[in-house]
Write a protein that binds this ligand. Structure first.
Ligand code: HEM
Length: 396
């Protein structure tokens, strides 16, 4: 099978986007087809073409994240000014350099594997017994387990919140953000800060103990101050949860709808290409924001200092076409769904470990006895399109 233009795939994509935002998603994608760059009164400058998106992302001199209408405006009041995703320039580069040492293959496995093993057990207990499994719920547990490790919480830590509650706490922060909103209200900021403080408690404890086997302890060993370590840990919880809880159920549905499961269950060689194409096709991080700090032209449109740029990854990636794991993505669009340049997703190894372990577990079970999607419900009014539930059960 080469190009899959299955009606089912496109129909579900449309429903997911309409569910998330019935007006803005269709508007942004529709506008993107008209021009590569355009000024939209009240919203900012919309950039929709992959090459231009990359140009902006690579230029951290003229386009920054710490400004008032990019991540800075949104997250600095919640997590403080040193949380990586709201930093730029030399300080940002230095923090990235230090963090490089925190993501060895060994440390990523240490963060993901305990929760991935629990997920494997859950799936192997439920599906063969003829019970339904909700992939969204299962991935929320996985994500909560990863959050626990990022906070430095051991499995048997006294009073440890269950994985699902840790996920809910993280999600209570991200769910405050909506497409088209650049700042939180004072009440939302207070709510988000309270959630961050609850998460920061264990991270501070692990940092102070200096235990090198914990993530905050490693950040301390890499020379970060406590404030920086708490900022980074909060950033990971904020950016790393919803993207995966959106993506993993979506890739499961895409592979099922495209009829790819039997071949992948029998031979995993094509799995990396299918996952990469699934990321392009679903675009779990649909929009990036920057503030212009200089003036000039971009794709023939003039911009001035203070302009807000909306980088429409969703348009840039999806305009390449339908789901086709055999496609060759042009170099300027490659991995754009993880960003580009100095802010390129630092959590990518963690994300890939969670995606691959979940898919491997599901494909192992499929090889023993095929399962199918028995029900699904689309999420409504959210920043990142996704499923509320996606239930699987063994075929009878
Ligand atoms: C499929 C899953 C994911 C996707 C598609 C994704 C996508 C992205 C994108 C597009 C950016 C760049 C944003 C920009 O330039 O404005 C980014 C940055 C970031 N991501 Fe991810 N991400 C994913 C998972 C994760 C996970 C699991 C974590 C951590 C646990 C994470 C942590 C971060 C952080 C901390 C940044 C900010 C980096 C910086 O500003 O230097 N991400 N991600």
């Amino acid at each position: 099978m080469s190009s899959v233009q299955s009606g089912d795939l496109e129909r579900w994509e449309r429903r997911l986007h309409l569910g998330a935002h019935p007006v803005l998603y269709p508007l942004i994608r529709g506008l993107g087809y008209r021009r590569r760059v355009q000024r939209i009164p009240g919203l900012g400058i919309l950039v929709s073409e992959a090459g231009l998106l990359r140009e902006v992302l690579m230029d951290n001199e003229r386009f920054v994240k710490q400004g008032p209408s990019a991540s800075g405006g949104l997250w600095t009041p919640v997590v403080g000014p040193k949380a990586l995703l709201n930093m730029d320039g030399a300080a940002h580069l230095e923090m990235r350099r230090r963090l490089g040492g925190a993501f060895t293959a060994h440390s990523v496995a240490g963060i993901v594997e305990p929760a991935a093993a629990r997920l494997r057990e859950q799936l192997a207990g439920e599906l063969p017994a003829g019970r339904r499994v909700d992939v969204v719920g299962a991935v929320k547990e996985l994500s909560g387990g990863v959050i626990a490790r990022i906070l430095g919480l051991a499995e048997d830590a006294p009073g440890r919140l269950p994985d699902r509650e840790l996920y809910d706490l993280g999600s209570s922060i991200t769910s405050l953000v909506r497409l088209g909103r650049h700042q939180l209200t004072p009440a939302q900021t207070a709510k988000a800060r309270a959630a961050v403080e609850r998460l920061a408690g264990p991270a501070r404890k692990a940092y102070r103990s200096g235990a090198p086997e914990t993530f905050p302890g490693r950040l301390r060993a890499l020379g970060m101050s406590e404030q920086e370590a708490v900022g980074v840990v909060s950033a990971f919880v904020i950016v790393g949860t919803e993207t995966l809880v959106s993506f993993i159920p979506r890739i499961v549905a895409v592979l099922a709808d495209a009829g790819r499961l039997p071949a992948l269950a029998a031979d995993r060689a094509a799995l990396p290409a299918a996952v990469n194409e699934g990321l392009r096709f679903t675009v779990p991080s649909p929009m990036m924001l920057r503030d212009a700090v200089g003036s000039g032209t971009l794709g023939g449109v003039r911009f001035r200092a203070g302009d807000r740029l909306l980088l429409s990854t969703v348009h840039a990636a999806k305009s390449l076409g339908g789901f086709d794991p055999e496609r060759t993505v042009p170099p300027h669009a490659r991995q754009l769904w993880f960003g580009a340049g100095p802010h390129f997703c630092i959590g990518m190894p963690l994300a890939m470990a969670q995606i691959n372990s979940t898919l491997e577990s599901l494909l192992d079970l499929y090889a023993q006895q095929p399962w199918q999607i028995v029900s699904r419900r689309v999420k409504r009014r959210v920043l990142i399109p996704g499923y509320d539930t996606l239930e699987l059960a063994n075929e009878r």
